[in-house]
Write a protein that binds this ligand. Structure first.
Ligand SMILES: [Ca+2]
Ligand SMILES: [Ca+2]
Ligand SMILES: [Ca+2]
Length: 378
């Protein structure tokens, strides 16, 4: 009897749902999205001229309409054999589309199979029926962030700043991999078109060993830190206020410069024209972390210096710091909308670190605080 009653209740519910549609009327617009792989893990289909992401789950979330419980209206669809996903009967308004697809890949170094997830997302202002393209790429380390940058140098009168370091943090409950990642120093210049071009311009690129995106040789466990020192030595032997970085996990190493290779493993300069160690400016600069799968020479400066471009869809994290809050931005606001380290002076021995480990809203003015003393590895 109870069963029958329950069934009856369910039928009533279904009937009610069918009879009383949500407070919104159906719209008239169709949204078609072509999901194209950018990771290189999916083969291009010569008939259509791109690499379609097939059978990917797409979730379209309205930013304008909500159901009776206040949740945004949500629609789910799957992409077809040409990577096309379609949503019909939509209302005019703003939507966020996200797609996700798991792929089995072979890891070259170990010849084993592993799963990687490729993702894409975009903000869509639907004003009429429209077709758009979504570029999908590997989601590997969005949980990996630049957690601290110590750049201003120790208190000293000898212009010593070789104890700089960059600290990374795995802000997730799963292991991530450092294989092939690159750390780059920004161009110290406001580029008028920096917010519209699809790359970030840099002057140094230093790379972790291993194969970008799919390598599994250099794991970083959940909620672990890793410190990359300019030089992994005890700097207090030269300047007593400087840091002891002899225990750093990694050091920046430039085989094209006059560098001592200390015991710590190396994150290596890959630009032959650059003979400088990973030295960053003491008051205004930016550092980006990217997946290392793509970078290429860009413009040559008036003084003959070769700049490099990092495609923006490979950037994992970026932090711009500046002692002056009114400085012109040098890193696109799409990566970092603010500045860490406002008000911090050179050779003050201070450091900038995220408010909480991994705290990241892509605005360093909010995300970072100034520490009186650096905290390498914690
Ligand atoms: Ca070095
Ligand atoms: Ca070394
Ligand atoms: Ca720290």
């Amino acid at each position: 009897m109870k069963k029958i009653l329950t069934l009856f209740f369910v039928i009533i519910m279904l009937f009610q749902c069918a009879k009383s549609p949500s407070s919104q009327i159906d719209g008239e617009f169709t949204l078609q999205l072509i999901v194209v792989d950018q990771s290189g893990l999916i083969k291009e289909n010569p008939e259509i001229g791109y690499a379609p992401v097939i059978d990917a789950k797409a979730i379209l979330k309205s930013q304008s309409y909500f159901d009776n419980s206040g949740k945004p209206l949500e629609y789910v669809a799957y992409s077809d054999s040409q990577g096309v996903v379609e949503f019909k009967n939509l209302l005019l308004g703003r939507y966020i589309i996200t797609i996700e697809k798991k792929l089995a890949v072979k890891i070259k170094t170990t010849q084993t199979m592993d799963t990687v997830t490729i993702i894409a997302s975009k903000l869509i202002d639907l004003m009429s029926t429209m077709v758009d393209t979504l570029k999908a790429n590997v989601s590997l380390n969005s949980s990996l962030v630049i957690n601290e940058i110590y750049y201003c140098g120790p208190v000293n009168k000898a212009f010593y700043f070789y104890d700089q370091f960059v600290e990374l943090y795995n802000n997730s409950d799963t292991t991530v991999y450092l294989d092939g990642l690159i750390l780059c120093r920004g161009l110290q210049k406001h580029k008028p078109d920096q917010d519209s071009v699809d790359y970030v311009q840099v002057i140094y690129i230093y790379q972790f060993p291993g194969e970008p995106k799919v390598g599994r040789e250099y794991p970083l466990g959940p909620h672990e830190y890793v410190v990359v020192a300019q030089d992994a030595v005890d700097h207090s032997q030269y300047i007593d206020t400087a840091l002891d970085l002899s225990d750093a996990d990694w050091e920046f190493y430039n085989p094209y410069g006059a560098e001592i290779d200390n015991p710590a493993p190396n994150v290596v300069n890959v630009i032959p024209e650059n003979s400088t160690d990973f030295m960053i400016n003491l008051s205004h600069n930016f550092v980006i972390l990217a997946d290392g799968s793509d970078f290429y020479p860009g413009e040559v400066s008036e003084t003959g210096y070769q700049y490099y471009h990092i495609p923006i869809n490979t950037v994992i994290d970026g932090v711009e710091y500046s002692s002056n809050p009114n400085s012109l931005k040098e890193l696109t606001r799409r990566v970092d909308a603010g500045f860490a380290g406002v008000g911090m002076s050179k050779y003050s021995g201070k450091s900038v670190q995220r408010r909480h480990p991994g705290f990241d809203t892509n605005n360093s003015s909010l995300d970072f605080i100034i520490l009186d003393h650096p905290t390498p590895g914690y």
